[in-house]
Each structure stands twice: as structure tokens, then as C-alpha cells.
Design a protein around this ligand. Structure first.
Ligand SMILES: Cc1cc2nc3c(=O)[nH]c(=O)nc-3n(C[C@H](O)[C@H](O)[C@H](O)COP(=O)(O)OP(=O)(O)OC[C@H]3O[C@@H](n4cnc5c(N)ncnc54)[C@H](O)[C@@H]3O)c2cc1C
Ligand code: FES
Ligand code: FES
Length: 470
């Protein structure tokens, strides 16, 4: 039995726990505002807001309901467009009307929900944050300029939004209906009645379901599920004795917002913006990315370059495996079906080391990579490479740790001569294939350029050296 609050109403259901929220609200609750578009998380027409507790605060995040299973909303607040409708249009809805931000209207509800998620965010007020909030919404007919104008009006209307008692201000200014003020208390009461929802420990492991519900939707719907997404033991991020330990079910959003992680990776925002879209990042877990084993999985590439290890748990029996040894072949892992990933662990790079992530896709945002690559590198006081880890996606059947290139570079200075020789070695240890994301030759060239880009960002003059060295 799944128990949650849908808009203003408390709901209990014994429908399959893998059923998507999109199907539940449209076909079982007759709430047709939420639209069915791609059913693959790409278009944003089905966007809803999910309210959940984060450090005792009730926080609302946008999610694509076409991928969101019922089990993942146990004890939470699900908000569809019907749940923000009032007698008059909200300032978000009105801004879309005034800016002519809607034509056929199919995408409009998704934009409105994402922008409402933006206004409900504690700290976000700025125009660029409004634009970021709609990075998972696609419009086929209006054109984005008018939607951008609506976003501008909405962000200006937030000038006086206070840092505290934000919810009260949003209600007073008719951004959301008054019933939102009671939700925190109602959810707390509801949760006191619920046992922790980890589902069937022998069932199918499910994180945010952003891969599973695209690839195996019908299987998810009929299977018994083990809910890892809400397992509190898999959600912490700690730094201790030079090691960072991240729970497997930390989402990409939580990873990118964590002060611990931000301190380690100052350019994190730039890297993470290249990964999917806001609603997908709000759902996607790190372990899901690693176990999905896509050859271009961004977070797998990120952690490979940190030489991370995985802690695997088989009903209390723990073992540790290096991420670079975890991938055995295309979608083949060093993991038994009974094992789950519990933690991702890496040594915190020293302050003066280089970390960089590069990704090239057909579109800059909301696209998977043609080729991606990450590097971490530490030099000694003589400028010689003391430690280096390098990874690449889209050039092998699985996310690739470039061991031969790394072995060659250790103990050398990262000058143009070393980089050119290293690029040749790298070229010999990859096996890209031609597919929809580019030919094999193009991917080889791309990786070479991304490899040089890692160093160009670090030391601008290296580009000149690379161009002039024979
Ligand atoms: C529109 C869209 C855009 C995307 N864009 C990108 C992108 O830009 N870059 C990118 O890398 N990916 C992208 N993805 C893929 C996906 O979002 C990520 O791979 C995500 O991290 C998967 O996590 P999840 O929690 O949703 O996994 P799920 O779908 O829940 O699970 C994936 C697999 O992992 C297993 N699993 C989950 N957690 C554990 C665990 N703790 N232990 C053992 N097994 C586990 C599941 O059983 C399943 O086999 C995109 C997906 C969509 C739908
Ligand atoms: S229907 Fe397209 S993202 Fe859900
Ligand atoms: S208004 Fe028609 S798709 Fe956006």
C-alpha cells in the first residue's frame, strides 16, 4: 500500500508500486492537466513537483512523472497543476499568458510546474535560475523567447521574496494555494503511521528509475520492487580522514548541492549542468548511473577519474571493488544480483590538483554524450606528474579507465611533447564504434581534443605549445 498526499488530498493505493505517477494521476485520479508526451523523461510535459523532507525542511523538486514510480512517493507530497490552480491565475501562469508563452498549450503545464518549482526554491530568485529550472522542458511551437520573457517577469516578481517564511510569502502573493501551509504538519503525521519504505529486499533494485523506466518500463510495473531511492542509509555524504564517502542513492542534484562536494570541486556547477536536466537530476542516483553501465554514463566517467571504489553490500556482507575493475564488458559487472552498491568512496584530491570534466553532445544540454572524459592530476614541486587518473566515455563498450595513458604520463612533465605522445597511446587503447552519436573516427578525434582541453583549461599556454611542437 502506497500512502501520500496528492495536491490537497491524502491518497492510499494498492495499485502496482511500479506504476508511474503520470498514469496514476491521469487514469486513476482523473487529473488530466499533467500531459503525456515522450514518456522518456525528455520533453517535460509531465512535470510535477514532489515535496519531501531534507534535513527537516520540506523541499519541493520538479520530476518527470512519466518515469516516477508510485513507490518513490511514499510519504511525500505530489503536486500536479491542479494542485496549484486557484480562483485566479498564479503570477507564474499569468506571466506565461502575458508573454504569449503558450500556443498549442501541450508543453505549458510542464513549464508552469517547473517555474513554480523555481519560485518555491528557498534561495532562487534570479533570471538565470528561472531559465535553469526549465532546462528539462521542450516547446515545439511557441518559441522560447516568449517563455524567456515570462521567466524574466517571474524572477522580477520575486525581488521581495524573503529568506525565511518563504512559503507564507508565496501563499500571501498567490503563487500557491493556502493549503500548502499545512502540508509539512500533515506529512509528518502521515509519516508517523508509515514504516520505512524499502519494499521487497528480494525485489528489483530501483533508484530514481530514470534508466529503468525508459528501458524496462513494463517489467518495473509488474515486478516487486526494492526501493533504494528512499533508503536513508544510502543517502549521506561525508568527508573524513581525506576520504569522501557518498551513499549510493544520493541524487545528482544532492551531489551537486552538497557543501562537502562543492568544496572539493569548485567547478562542479559547470560540470553537472551538462548532465541531463533539472528534473532528471532530481531523480537520478549516482549508483543507478554506475550500474546502468552506459558507455557514456557521465557520473561513471566522473568517478573513474577519481579512481573511486564501490562498497558492495550483500545482506550485510560487504566487499570493496575499484570502479575501474567493476566493468567487465558491455553491461557486464563485477556484481552478483544479490549485491547492491552501498557507497562510492574516493580519496579527496589535494587542493592544488587538477580535476576537469568535458562532454560533447549533439546539443549542449539535455543530451547524452558523443564522447565525455574526466581527469584528476597532481604534480609534485618540480612540476612532474605524481598522480593521474583519466577516463573516457563513448569510446569503448563500457566507461573506460585509460590505464595505458595514465601509466605513460606518471613521472613526466605535462608538456606538449608528453601530451602528444600520450594522445597517441590513448588512441591505441580505445575501440569506439560508429553509431547515431558519430563515426568511430570522429569519436577518436573528439577524445583527442577533449584530452587537450583538460590541460588547456589548466594552463592556457599549453595550446600554443601543442600547435608548435612537432
Ligand atoms: C531524459 C534523460 C536524460 C538523461 N541524461 C543523462 C545524461 O546526460 N548523462 C548520463 O550519464 N545519464 C543520463 N541519463 C540516464 C540516467 O538519468 C542516469 O543513468 C541515472 O543516474 C540513473 O539513476 P537512477 O537512480 O534513475 O537509476 P535506475 O533507473 O533506478 O536504475 C538503473 C540501474 O541501476 C540499478 N541500481 C540502482 N541503484 C542501485 C544500487 N544502489 N545498487 C545496485 N543496483 C542499483 C537498478 O537496478 C538498475 O539496474 C538520462 C536519462 C533520461 C531519462
Ligand atoms: S512525457 Fe515527456 S518527459 Fe514525461
Ligand atoms: S505551446 Fe505547443 S509545444 Fe509548447
Amino acid at each position: 500500500m502506497i500512502h501520500f498526499i496528492l495536491n490537497e488530498q491524502e491518497v492510499r493505493t494498492s495499485l502496482p508500486e511500479g506504476m508511474t505517477i503520470l498514469d496514476f494521476v491521469r487514469y486513476h485520479k482523473r487529473l488530466p492537466g499533467t500531459k503525456t508526451g515522450c514518456r522518456e523523461g525528455d520533453c517535460g510535459a509531465c512535470t510535477v513537483l514532489i515535496g519531501d523532507f531534507e534535513n527537516d525542511q520540506l523541499v519541493y523538486r520538479s520530476m518527470t512523472s512519466c518515469l516516477l514510480p508510485l513507490t518513490n512517493v511514499q510519504g511525500k507530497h505530489v503536486v500536479t497543476v491542479e494542485g496549484i490552480n486557484m480562483q485566479q491565475l498564479s503570477p507564474v501562469q499569468q506571466a506565461m499568458v502575458d508573454a504569449n508563452g503558450s500556443q498549442c498549450g501541450f508543453c505549458t503545464i510542464g513549464f508552469v510546474m517547473s517555474l513554480t518549482g523555481f519560485v518555491m526554491h528557498e534561495t532562487h530568485r534570479e533570471y538565470n535560475k528561472a531559465i535553469e529550472s526549465i532546462d528539462g522542458n521542450i516547446c515545439r511551437c511557441t518559441g522560447y523567447k516568449s517563455i524567456e520573457r515570462a521567466a524574466q517577469t517571474i524572477s522580477t516578481a520575486l525581488n521581495n521574496k524573503p529568506k525565511e517564511k518563504t512559503l507564507q510569502w508565496l501563499v500571501d502573493n498567490s503563487f500557491i494555494p493556502g493549503y500548502f501551509l499545512d502540508i509539512k504538519e500533515r506529512l509528518s503525521a502521515l509519516r508517523r503511521q508509515l514504516s520505512v519504505n524499502i519494499g521487497d529486499t528480494n525485489g528489483m533494485n530501483i533508484g530514481g528509475a530514470t534508466d529503468l523506466n525508459v528501458q524496462k518500463h513494463s517489467l518495473v510495473k509488474k515486478s516487486s520492487l526494492r526501493n533504494l531511492f528512499d533508503d536513508a542509509s544510502l543517502k549521506s555524504i561525508t568527508k573524513e580522514n581525506g576520504q569522501c564517502k557518498i551513499g549510493a542513492s544520493v541524487t545528482v542534484t544532492h551531489f551537486s548541492e552538497s557543501p562537502v562536494i562543492k568544496e572539493i570541486f569548485p567547478a562542479l556547477d559547470t560540470h553537472v549542468k551538462l548532465v541531463s536536466s533539472t528534473p532528471i537530476r532530481n531523480m537520478a542516483t549516482l549508483a543507478g548511473n554506475i550500474v546502468n553501465a552506459s558507455p557514456i554514463g557521465d557520473m561513471s566517467i566522473f568517478f573513474l577519474a577519481l579512481d573511486a571504489s564501490l562498497v558492495l553490500n550483500n545482506k550485510g556482507n560487504m566487499r570493496t571493488v575499484k570502479l575501474k575493475d567493476f566493468y567487465k564488458g558491455y553491461k557486464t559487472l563485477d556484481k552478483s544480483p544479490e549485491e547492491i552498491i552501498a557507497q562510492i568512496v574516493f580519496e579527496v584530491p589535494s587542493k592544488n590538483s587538477l580535476f576537469n570534466f568535458e562532454k560533447v553532445c549533439k546539443r549542449t544540454y539535455l543530451d547524452i554524450a558523443s564522447v565525455n572524459s574526466a581527469i584528476s592530476m597532481t604534480l609534485n614541486s618540480e612540476g612532474v606528474i605524481q598522480d593521474i587518473h583519466l577516463s573516457a566515455g563513448g569510446v569503448a563498450p563500457f566507461p573506460k579507465y585509460l590505464s595505458a595513458t595514465v601509466d605513460f604520463m606518471k613521472g613526466k612533465k605535462p608538456d606538449a611533447k608528453t601530451l602528444k605522445s600520450a594522445a597517441d597511446i590513448m588512441n591505441s587503447e580505445i575501440q569506439p564504434i560508429s553509431d547515431a552519436r558519430g563515426t568511430a573516427d570522429y569519436k577518436r578525434l573528439l577524445l583527442r581534443q577533449l584530452f587537450f582541453a583538460h590541460f588547456a583549461g589548466y594552463r592556457k599556454e599549453i595550446l600554443k605549445e601543442l600547435l608548435t611542437t612537432a
